[in-house]
Design a protein around this ligand. Structure first.
Ligand code: GLA
Length: 664
């Protein structure tokens, strides 16, 4: 409707928004019937945005398939794991192998690129939307064309069936394959197959994405590309996708105001900001979606309380985002997202709290000169590995309930967030060289070469932390023979004889050795997992207090070269994690973002470059907090004045300080 679009132009200018992502699901509007392309409306929109000084990420439209395409070419619709082809429903659920989908998409992507890539307002490509997708139906495609591609992928990987059967251990229960064509289903009991299938789905998705990038890069091949990744989703190995785009972006939807203080959500969000920043070597990323108010899919869709929007936007910048983008600009009048938050509500004007929040955030971002392009350089990394996640998930035993790999990684990350120690989240294929402390929770699968690289890290002075459920299988999901933790055994200086697990009611005491140098004190509680181990060079820092292995080691340290390797044999309570990690950071002389001790619920992080450091102090509670910087050379970025040594941080308040010193 022209009057809505005219109002949008006015409101966008008023909101201070200076970048949009455009055309994400617009295929049916670009091509309402086969070969009938309609770009007039987009020409007009791009010109209007350009006139307003707004820059554009132009999206490729593969996330939503038009009805005519789905009807004429049923093969583009996904087949679910039960072999049923899905009806034309939802979005994101196209077959990523289908040649006809790729052909039709290439045609439209080529047209978009030819027409707009050189437009001065277009600054990048937003490729597709949330590959693998949020869908109630099939998250992977099990059609015959995908299985044929899977067979080819397997032939490349294993060359012959004998090798494949041996690697998958498929003679067990007589499941081995005698012809490639027999691989036309996924058997949950063949774990190697399950993991290879997921690797293949990632590889297929990358292949699909590269075909999209290739099409748009026929014109202006240097125009940067991104694809928006998703919070907790573990369907794809995002780190592998990351290698093929120019910059990382992700969609952040924390459930603010679920709890009385916001720390849990703040920490969840910080984890993903850290994770997505890290998967491309720590370069700045973009928060491509966030809600300016609420969402329509949380169990309870609360509005952002006053102050929350600015704070959550500052948090993204603090962790390395280059900006704050919103889903959605204007509430769609009908369909599934009509109640999702938007900059412009159904009321259609600027006189709303949300709109004012957005204006305030735009003004704030406008004052952050000197921050874009700078990075965060943590001394600490916590390891999260997608293939390890799949392997733990598909395993039957040693404990089937509450495996909680991702949650466990987050619990470990949380300790650094609480201490305001900057941290990266990397996978086992990333370089470890820039870190001093590397925490590897539940490293169940140890891929080829990883143990050697971990050893080098320790020898050169790094501190390593391993936990229960580590070093059980290789990258094919075959158990290591000769004693756990397999290739980590020498590094840890111990042999895990049994991977015991506990019922939920079976908590066990963990008793630190007296006068230990990590200042562990009192007794801690272990639950779920408890490895029974023998020392082979490591020293004991704590022992089990119960059961038939009472008195045996529960926490150990091994010295390797100039470094130290810790093994935490049981899943311990939060108090243990807090004491243990503050002991470790003190021992390794790892400094927090600020020397000052911050009150509970207040956290700080750093961004900077070779000349300047910025510190972001954020209060995720609903009460004001007293901050004492102890001493200060900092300048307040927003006021331009010297920062006082002591000040009050209001509820959900923040301060951004800077000084001329390189980020260390
Ligand atoms: C995702 C999608 C958007 C929108 C939002 C709603 O991130 O990419 O299209 O559906 O969720 O929260």
């Amino acid at each position: 409707m022209p009057e809505i679009l005219a109002a949008d132009d006015h409101l966008m200018k008023l909101s201070g928004i200076n970048a949009v992502s455009l055309g994400i699901f617009a295929w049916a509007a670009y091509e309402p019937s086969e070969g009938n392309y309609q770009f007039g409306w987009l020409d007009e929109r791009i010109e209007a945005l350009h006139r307003n000084g707004i820059q554009i990420f132009l999206a490729t439209p593969s996330g939503g398939k038009p009805a005519w395409l789905a009807r004429k070419y049923p093969e583009i619709r996904r087949v679910n794991a039960e072999g049923r082809r899905e009806p034309q429903q939802e979005r994101h659920n196209f077959c990523y192998t289908s040649p006809i989908y790729r052909e039709k998409l290439r045609a439209i992507n080529t047209k978009l690129a030819k027409r707009y890539a050189a437009h001065p307002a277009v600054i990048g490509w937003h490729i597709s939307n949330e590959y693998s997708g949020i869908t109630r139906g099939a998250t992977e495609c099990y059609c015959p064309q995908c299985f044929k591609a899977f067979q080819d992928w397997l032939k490349q990987r294993y060359t012959d069936l004998e090798t494949l059967n041996r690697t998958w251990w498929s003679r067990f229960w007589s499941k081995h394959f005698t012809a490639w064509e027999q691989i036309e289903f996924i058997d949950a009991d063949i774990h190697g197959m399950v993991i290879d299938w997921k690797r293949f789905v990632t590889a297929r998705t990358i292949d699909f994405m590269l075909a999209e990038i290739d099409a748009v890069h026929q014109y202006e091949p240097k125009l940067p590309t991104t694809t928006n990744l998703m919070g907790d989703f573990q369907l794809l190995d995002n780190a592998k996708l990351a290698a093929h785009v120019d910059f990382i972006s992700w969609d952040a939807y924390p459930t603010w105001h679920k709890d009385s203080d916001e720390s849990e959500q703040a920490c969840w969000t910080a984890f993903h900001h850290d994770r997505y920043r890290s998967i491309k070597g720590g370069q700045p990323f973009l928060m491509l979606e966030s809600t300016p108010s609420g969402t329509n899919w949380w169990p309870v869709c609360r509005s952002k309380r006053p102050g929350m929007h600015a704070l959550s936007s500052v948090q993204a910048i603090a962790h390395g985002s280059e900006g704050v983008l919103y889903f959605q600009w204007r509430q769609s009048r009908g369909s599934s997202e009509k109640f999702h938050g938007a900059v412009v509500s159904h009321a259609g004007h600027e006189n709303t709290r949300t709109f004012r929040d957005v204006q305030e955030t735009s003004a704030l971002l406008g004052k952050l000169d000197g921050i874009p392009g700078t990075s965060v350089k943590p001394d600490v990394a916590v390891l999260y590995d997608a293939e390890n996640a799949w392997a733990i998930e598909s395993a039957q035993g040693p404990r089937n309930r509450d495996k909680n790999y991702l949650e466990t990684v987050r619990e470990h990350h949380r300790q650094f967030w609480l201490q305001s120690v900057p941290v990266d989240i990397i996978d086992s294929e990333a370089s470890f060289a820039s870190y001093r402390l590397l925490v590897c929770p539940m490293l169940y699968m140890v891929k080829k070469g990883v143990a050697e690289r971990l050893r080098t890290f320790a020898e050169q002075g790094g501190t390593l932390v391993f936990t229960y459920l580590s070093g059980l299988v290789d990258e094919s999901d075959l158990c290591f023979l000769g004693g756990f933790p397999g290739p980590l055994r020498e590094l840890c200086g111990l042999w895990v004889e049994e991977n015991d697990t506990l019922w939920d009611h079976g908590a066990m005491r963990i008793c630190p050795e007296e006068a230990n140098d990590l200042e562990l004190s009192g007794t801690y509680q272990a639950r779920h997992y408890a490895d029974i181990l023998h020392l082979e060079g490591a020293e004991t820092l704590a022992t089990y207090g119960d059961d038939f292995y009472a008195g045996q080691p529960a926490l150990t340290r091994n010295r390797i070269g100039k470094g130290e390797v810790y093994y935490v044999a049981s899943r311990n309570d939060e108090r243990f994690l807090a004491d243990f990690f503050s002991g470790l950071t003190a021992r390794a002389a790892i400094s927090p973002a600020l020397a000052a001790k911050l009150p509970t619920g207040v956290t700080a992080t750093l961004r900077g470059d070779g000349n300047t450091t910025h510190v972001f102090i954020m209060n995720f509670t609903h009460v004001s907090k007293k901050i004492d910087l102890v001493e200060t050379t900092w300048k307040d970025v927003l006021t331009g004045e010297h920062a006082p040594q002591a000040f009050e941080l209001p509820p959900l308040g923040y301060k951004i300080l800077t000084h001329h010193a390189p980020i260390s």
